[in-house]
Design a protein around this ligand. Structure first.
Ligand code: DON
Length: 573
């Protein structure tokens, strides 16, 4: 009992460490998966990793210490997350990587899930045309073709160490197990009913009662990882693992085939970039709305002296809410996989368009969403995800956001292979105007088509100052992702806030529909009252995102801050 309480105390300790490479070398390099301490902030010189789980961040830093670069560390951290953070870390989901390499190269890798070949526009509607949300949000039919493993190999082109070294820590964690935390135990306990409903082969997560300090061993997952280690990408998309996925599909009403798996490809995209007051922001383009929304929102506040308004004042919340509202209205109409639908990116980000969008803005009054439609375009131009931020000693910066969609995705674990499948199909617009699980609506641009990628909100982002990495930032949170990234960057750049305040202090969110500001608790009553007087409807909600930030300080040190809304941990050396 005592050991357990020490462990729990250790996990919630906010430690602050500062050390040199020499100090680090003196410390033991081995990670103890049965006893470990997370850290909310670290200031260091050589490299840092921030992720949702202390063990995954530690794995990433070990890889940096072994001579790996930020891409190596990002790969190893993602693989470790697939083991120690099954709510969102994954092999059965997808994600995006944005990087700025130290030779100046900018990368945007798209390993978003894809609609299977036999998917169709109305596949989640019943015979009367009513949406069947249970099918798009749970179980076998809700899964898109997983992209993560292809993404890891697409990014591996930029890595330095042998792949075996990057995957071994994940194999060890799965095979030998690791100690789970209080919040993980709670989350596994809450999952039991769904696990039984969505699986016919019961996975290791099924248990009468989980408690903090229990060890989670995942032998089947270890074997899946070993097949990837032995055969690379085809060790997942072909052979035994692919077979197991297809057999699992048959046990439910899933439609992913061997061909869907074999044909899956990660894609290299042109990163979405824009300038903001001398900074250069690099983020994810379609099929994520994340970068484009961030671009629109930042540009709509750029010339409005937001720094004079102050952090969390009624005035600054009002301005940010109004730009969020306008950007999200455009998301609903114009955004989707650009390989299938022409997304008018240049128009939506042009100064003239954004100026026009803000014409109806009144600084003392809410603009009702009913009066804000997606902007007019003339002559149409030719909650669980996880984020990790990495920076290495050579200045390579990597931001990765990866997801199963909601916590534990479809809740279906591939029998014999030990990993959860995503429920990402719900990110498509299953019927025009029908909200997805994050309340987002869409239409034609994001309608289901075979081989198409569902619109995302994920926004792994790097901010450059003097053309060098300044911030590496991102978060989970469904549609709240772009607003969290937006607010974090504005807090740091405009309000001059320190990194931990920018990450930890309350956030708020408006997404056009529903017409309300969703807020975390902690926003002063007088600010809330002032907003109500201006005509805003406010709704209190739980934590918004789990933002992970690395900031390069003026003395060349690196500051890494993990969100305090979960077990997230910042590690460095
Ligand atoms: O891609 C997206 O935008 C969503 N599937 C992300 C889901 C998410 O962030 C859930 N996390 N809390």
């Amino acid at each position: 009992m005592r050991k357990l309480s020490i462990f729990i105390t250790a996990l919630i300790l906010y430690s602050f460490s500062c050390g040199t490479a020499k100090d680090a070398a003196k410390r033991s390099s081995s990670i103890n998966p049965y006893q470990y301490v997370g850290s909310k902030k670290v200031v260091c010189e050589n490299g840092a990793v921030v992720s949702a789980h202390p063990l995954a961040s530690k794995v990433g830093v070990e890889i940096l210490k072994q001579g790996g670069n930020a891409v190596d560390a990002a790969i190893a951290t993602q693989l470790a997350l697939a083991v120690v953070y099954p709510n969102a870390g994954n092999l059965g989901g997808g994600g995006f990587l944005v990087a700025r390499l130290n030779d100046g190269q900018l990368l945007a890798l798209d390993y978003r899930e894809m609609a299977p070949a036999s998917a169709s526009r109305d596949m989640y509607l019943d015979k009367d045309g009513n949406p069947m949300l249970n099918n798009s949000q749970n179980g076998h039919l809700s899964s898109g073709v997983p992209g993560t493993v292809a993404g890891l190999f697409a990014s591996y082109k930029y890595a330095k160490l042998p792949f075996e070294k990057l995957i071994q820590p994940a194999i060890d964690l799965a095979e030998k197990g690791f100690t789970i935390s209080e919040s993980e135990a709670r989350s596994f306990n809450a999952l039991q009913k769904d696990l039984k409903k969505c699986n016919s082969v019961m996975p290791v997560f099924v248990k009468d009662h989980w408690k903090a300090g229990d060890t989670l061993v995942q032998k089947e997952l270890a074997n899946t990882l070993k097949r990837i280690k032995a055969k690379g990408q085809s060790g997942f998309y072909e052979g035994e693992t692919a077979q197991l996925i297809v057999e699992e599909m048959k046990r439910g009403n899933g439609i992913i085939t061997l061909n869907d798996l074999k044909n899956y490809q990660a894609k290299s995209r042109v990163p979405l970039t824009f300038d903001y007051k001398g900074y250069k922001v690099v983020s994810m383009p379609m099929p994520s709305s994340g970068g484009l929304l961030l671009n629109q929102m930042m540009k709509m506040v750029e010339d409005r002296n937001i720094d004079q308004m102050g952090f969390l004042t009624a005035q600054s919340i009002q301005l940010m809410t109004e730009v969020e509202r306008r950007a999200y209205a455009d998301r609903a109409r114009y955004m989707g996989d650009a390989d299938f639908y022409k997304v008018p990116v240049a128009t939506l980000t042009s100064d003239a368009y954004l100026k026009e969008r803000m014409k109806s803005y009144e600084p003392t009054k809410a603009t009702p969403s009913s009066t804000i439609q997606p902007g007019a375009i003339s002559g149409y131009e030719s909650e669980e995800t996880t984020h990790l931020s990495v920076l290495d000693k050579d200045g390579n910066a990597v931001a990765v956001t990866t997801t199963l969609n909601n916590s534990y995705g479809s809740r279906t674990v591939v029998g014999g292979a030990g990993f959860f499948l995503n429920d990402e199909m719900d990110d498509f617009s299953i019927k025009p105007g029908t909200p997805n699980m994050y309340g987002a609506v869409g239409g034609e641009a994001n309608a289901i088509q075979p081989g198409k990628r569902m619109l995302s909100s994920m926004a792994p982002t790097i901010v450059l100052k003097d053309n060098k990495p300044f911030l590496v930032v991102g978060t989970p949170g469904g549609t709240t992702i772009p607003t969290s990234v937006f607010q974090t960057i504005i807090d740091i750049i405009e309000f001059n806030m320190n990194t931990e305040d920018a990450v930890w202090k309350p956030k708020f969110h408006h997404q056009w529909l529903p017409d309300e500001i969703a807020m975390e608790k902690g926003i002063p009553d007088e600010v809330q009252n002032a907003l109500r007087k201006m005509g805003y409807k406010l709704s209190l909600r739980g934590g918004i995102g789990r933002t992970e930030v690395i900031k390069v300080l003026t003395n060349k040190k690196i500051e890494a801050v993990a969100d305090n809304r979960g077990d997230d941990s910042a590690e460095g050396y």
